[in-house]
Every structure is written in C-alpha cells, then in structure tokens.
Design a binder for this molecule. Sequence first.
Ligand SMILES: NC(=O)c1ccc[n+]([C@@H]2O[C@H](COP(=O)([O-])OP(=O)(O)OC[C@H]3O[C@@H](n4cnc5c(N)ncnc54)[C@H](OP(=O)(O)O)[C@@H]3O)[C@@H](O)[C@H]2O)c1
Length: 341
Amino acid sequence: MAPQERGAISCRRIVVERFGGVEELREVETTVAAPPPGHTRVKVIAAGVGFTDLMARAGEYLLQRKVPFCPGYELVGEVVDTSGEGMAPGTLVAAALPKMGTYTEYVVLPNWLLVPLPDGLDPHLAAAVPLDYLTALSVLETHGRVARGDTVLIQGASGGVGQALSQLGRRSGLRMYGTASASGSAERLARYGVEYIDYRRQDFETIIREREPHGIQAVFDHIGGANLAKSYRVLAPGGVLVSYAFVGRPGHMISDTVRGAARVKLMNMRPGRRAALCMVPRELKTNRDWYRVSLERLLTLARSGEIEPSIAAIHPLAKASDVHAALERREITGKIVLTAS
Ligand SMILES: NC(=O)c1ccc[n+]([C@@H]2O[C@H](COP(=O)([O-])OP(=O)(O)OC[C@H]3O[C@@H](n4cnc5c(N)ncnc54)[C@H](OP(=O)(O)O)[C@@H]3O)[C@@H](O)[C@H]2O)c1
C-alpha cells in the first residue's frame, strides 16, 4: 500500500460517471483515506434519497454539474476516526452535505458538518430529516418569516419538502392550504391540518381567491413557470412568495431554473410583496451556525415525535438505481432511505 493510503478503508460507493438514466448509477470499489486535520471519517448507516438526486444524475441540476460524483445530500453514520477536535469513535451523527456524496459506505467530512444524533433516534428515520426539513425551516423562517396565524399555500404538500413544511407549519400555528395529487393525499394532508387542493382537477388561484378574498401571507413553490405569477397574485399586501425549485423542460432544466430564478428576483423588485429564493446546499455552507443549530433542533423534534418523516422504504445501497427508477415512475410517496450497512 502506498504511504498516502496508510489507514485507508475499502469502500463500496455509488457513482455517476456520466449523466443519464438510472443505469448510470454504478457501484464502484474505492478506498477512503484517514481524515486530514479538522475532518472525520464516517461509516454511513443510512442515506436519504431526494428528488434532487435524480436531477443531478441526469445532469439537470444547477448546483451539480460535473461528473464523476457520488449522489445524495444527507446521511446518518457512525464516527470511525477523526483528526483534530472531532467526536469520539462510535458517535452517531447526521449531516447534510453542500455538494452531495452520501451514497457510499464511508465518507470523510469536515467536523463542522457533523451533528450528533439524540439518544434513541432511529438512524433510518433521522436520515430523512436533514435536507427536506432544513429546506422547510429555511423556507418558513429565513425567507418566509411567517408568524402564528398566517395563512399559507404549500405547493406539492405531499412531497418530501412539502410534508416537512406541513409538519413544521402545524407546529408554528399556520393556517395551511396544500396542493397535491397522489392518492391518499387528502387524508395525509388532513393529519397536518392542511386543506387539500387537487392541482390536477382544481385551480388553486380560484380556490384561494374565493376562500381568502383578502389574500394570504405566503406561498411556497417548487414548480415555477405559470405557478409563479398565479402564486404572486394570491398574496395579500406584504405577503411573500418563496421559491425553492423549478420544474423545467427535459434537457433544459438548468436554463429553465436560471430563468425561473431571474423571474423571482424581478418579482421581488415590485413594491408591495416579496419574492425570495431558497437554496439550502448553499445556505448551510455560508451559515454554519444556522445549519448546526437548525439540524440539532430538527433531530430533537424527530426524537420527540413532533416531526415524523414518512419513510416509504429502506433499501440497500446496491439498489440505488431501482430506487431512482421507482421515484421516476412516481410509484412512491414518502422518503426512501438507502442503507449501507
Ligand atoms: N432549494 C432547495 O434547497 C431544495 C432542497 C430540497 C429539494 N429541493 C427541490 O424541491 C423539489 C421537491 O423536492 P422533494 O424531494 O420534496 O420532491 P418530491 O418528494 O418528489 O415531491 C414533489 C411533489 O410535488 C408535487 N407536484 C408535482 N407536480 C405538481 C404541480 N404541478 N403542482 C403542485 N405540486 C406538484 C408532487 O405531488 P403529487 O405526487 O401528490 O402529485 C410531489 O409530491 C425538487 O425540485 C427538489 O429538487 C430544493
């Protein structure tokens, strides 16, 4: 073994070597070196799968444009060893990564990214918390700045981020409408006190205008396109549209995202209402204190059952391409977690 590989651990990892379909998720054998100063080597127990991973694999994601890369924004794992003031070996930790890389058996991460898991929190459940719930917290608090009693509309309230918004919104005392279409959405949303709008059969703008003639305080949108103007129109004076993703045309997702973001910025220049963009992978890097305090808070809420990620299934890492295929066919409602051990 070469001197620089001393202490290296062999590791199975899912890698995208070129952008494309689910067949581009390849399992490779690699090694993970001992951590440099200020870093910790982590044995991954569970990695959450999000819709963003599918976009990144296809080369359609603004923040992930280079191959090869290992997908996955979030993980729970066990500290193997550390260099510097890290946590003790065996400590269970969670993290959201600024640049993906959690579909793997081992990973080396900077110490500041690792947040200890509260005792008794199931690691697979915890792996579904970081990205979706940090996004929801950022949408609600950093960008939305909503207050108890405010009325809001959550687009895609049945999705990963949508459910996180619904659960945190209920805790914050919001009145909530939510769009969705998946079967069982009405019952699922009702559990969180969200009034269901079936976006395939109903026009959300008409419904909100009828029921809330003075407008509402916030709309949270991950669709873009025509939704942006419609969402802006249902806002009360002083209201806010928070946009956190854009559905683009296949093959044009990045340019459509850039165009959508520019539209949101222009909307924000109009007087009377606000429009804001939320991008958690960037926010967690630029505001480490917010990231650590928020993730700790969310994991504590998950431990006490005050938020409850809905886990649809747990699959081994080797099944990553089957999981992406099922998500692409929209066969799954809820979160999939990949388990590496
Ligand atoms: N900005 C950030 O930092 C950040 C962080 C995480 C995720 N994201 C992005 O946020 C988006 C959602 O992520 P996710 O993981 O929550 O995805 P997800 O679990 O697949 O949920 C998306 C939801 O959108 C709903 N939907 C589809 N078309 C719709 C429409 N026309 N109107 C309203 N709702 C519609 C679907 O509802 P039905 O199935 O009920 O139809 C689905 O539940 C993705 O684009 C992702 O990349 C951004």
